[in-house]
Design a protein around this ligand. Sequence first.
Ligand code: ADP
Length: 177
Amino acid sequence: MHRYIFGDVTLELIEGDITRQPDMEAIANAANAQLYAGGGVDGAIHRAAGPGLEKEAHPLGPLKPGEAVITGGHNLPNKYVIHCLGPVYNRDIPHDTFLANCYKNALHLCEEKNIKSIAFPAISTGVFGYPPEEAAPVTLKAVIDAMPSLKSLQTIRVVLFGSRMHEIFREALKKLI
Ligand code: ADP
């Protein structure tokens, strides 16, 4: 299952690179607490956006796990970046609540800004050590639960890095719906 539709809102799962989603108004970042340019997906986003992104983002920190803040997209093809601090697995407890809060808070910011589309990476599944098989149902449930109350968002895309991650999220979606 690659797609789930509720009313006017579509959830898509694709394999790809979050920095190459020019049709999305916003992308989410798996940021660090201080909102400095880091590694992983965060490094890729800051490289593509240019140094202005860190300049704008850093003063908005520090973030606590589950929190999200919004900046412009700078040199990215997207108008906005929503920076989320995911939980470190087995350190920021309860990690499932904090992970779900990232997605809920990011979606809430989109609604406030009247954003029509957002792409997310799989927050916390890299350096932060959240096993993808556990992160996938938490992530997808948080998004699916929010879908009925969304007014401005029409497309929510989860961009999975590599075929294994894509497969894990597809399987999790199949089980949830
Ligand atoms: P965290 O610290 O939240 O775990 P990471 O950046 O280490 O963040 O990893 C989060 C996820 O992002 C991982 O699944 C990783 O494979 C994925 N990822 C890395 N680069 C990209 C990219 N360019 N586009 C989309 N996802 C990416």
